[in-house]
Design a protein around this ligand. Structure first.
Ligand SMILES: [Zn+2]
Length: 361
């Protein structure tokens, strides 16, 4: 049965998980649920990282589809995963190949409508040597202005003036890089990579051991939202033009491809990414990893939501008088809950997955 694609998109983490598990079971896929040992969801109930797999356990080629790396961005990826299952992706997996869907990689952030995990850490900056994390001097110089501890109108004005002055001197992209490359020195800040390996990172290693053990050739798509024009899509990779992985990604995703190391990307190069972690877990195997970024709201709206949400959880409290307003803002910044947006991003995802499936035939 085929629904209108917008029907696949969930209303919250709990509904997303239920829809994913039901769709996987209806499609005859095995589901493995890894329960979070220490934190609960916004509804007080346990949090799970679920994987659904189809294909032989000893498969050498696989497609890995990941949702919810950035928590609140999971509405998109989860909707895509459930929709693909409902529309019969299981039957389109090439003979002998494996499909693994990783649902809610950061279930805490998904449930709480946060981009970060239970440690205020950005999972897509978390994969570093925590004994010797990268140093982001540009973030350090602007830390208080990027993630203010005070969100009164006057304090925000002063913070914004500091950021504006930096952008005027160094350029807007340099400011974006200072903010979002990743930082390891300000646990109360944004784009913080964490002080230790996250629970999700541990689970990823387990998934590679248990579910992808024999894979020699992997294509992975990690679904993200929040960068770019509303409803537009870019496949962002970390590999530089000229690298074999760039050529492979280019053959799959063509004109949508952007390399953070090739210039002209929506994103600056990042530290401690999932992309690098997956390549390390694959060892000598071949990895083609793309982050499918779909746009939501203008950059300033997204940035404002991130700062306010950071303030709410680090300096305010869920009972604060602005809590409901801020939680609405951040959800909307990463998940425009409209049928038009859902149809547009569904189409982008569908196209990217179709190309990836052909590559593991
Ligand atoms: Zn993201």
């Amino acid at each position: 049965m085929t629904n209108a694609p917008e029907a696949y998109f969930p209303s919250d983490y709990r509904a997303a998980r239920a829809a994913f598990v039901a769709a996987a079971e209806a499609a005859g896929l095995g589901v493995t649920s890894r329960v979070h040992p220490s934190v609960k969801g916004r509804d007080g109930k346990p949090l799970f990282l679920d994987t659904a797999t189809i294909g032989p356990r000893d498969a050498q080629k696989a497609l890995l589809l990941i949702s919810g790396t950035h928590g609140v961005e999971g509405y998109f990826g989860s909707g895509v995963q459930s929709g693909l299952l409902r529309e019969g992706i299981a039957a389109r997996v090439p003979e002998g190949a494996l499909l693994v869907m990783l649902h809610a990689f950061n279930p805490y952030g998904f449930s709480w409508d946060r981009r970060v995990n239970e440690d205020n850490a950005d999972l897509n900056r978390n994969f570093v040597d925590h004994a010797r994390p990268p140093v982001n001097r540009n973030y350090a110089a602007l830390a208080d202005a990027i993630a203010p501890a005070d969100i009164t109108v006057e304090a925000m004005k002063a913070a914004n003036a500091t950021l504006r002055a930096y952008a005027e001197e160094h350029g807007a992209f340099a400011l974006q890089a200072a903010i979002s490359t990743g930082q390891y020195a300000f646990p109360n800040g944004i784009y913080y990579g964490g002080a230790r390996e996250s629970w999700s990172a541990l689970m990823l290693r387990d998934i590679f051991r248990e579910e992808l053990a024999h894979v020699q050739k992997l294509v992975a798509i990690d679904f993200h939202t929040g960068l770019g024009d509303s409803g537009a899509a870019a496949m962002i990779i970390e590999d530089a033009p000229g690298a074999p992985a760039f050529a492979r990604a280019s053959a799959l995703w063509g004109a949508r491809l952007q390399s953070t190391r090739g210039g002209g990307s929506l994103s600056p190069p990042l530290t401690g990414t999932l992309d690098e972690a997956v390549a390390r877990l694959m060892g000598k195997g071949e990895t083609t990893f793309g982050a499918l970024e779909v746009g939501t709201r203008p950059t300033d709206v997204v940035f404002k939501a991130l700062r306010l949400d950071n303030w709410l959880h680090l300096h305010g409290s869920p009972a604060h008088s602005r809590a409901a307003e801020i939680k609405r803002l951040i959800r909307d910044a990463f998940y425009p809950d409209t049928a038009d947006w859902k149809r547009a991003v569904w189409d982008h995802a569908h196209e990217a997955v179709k190309a990836a499936l052909a590559a593991i035939a």
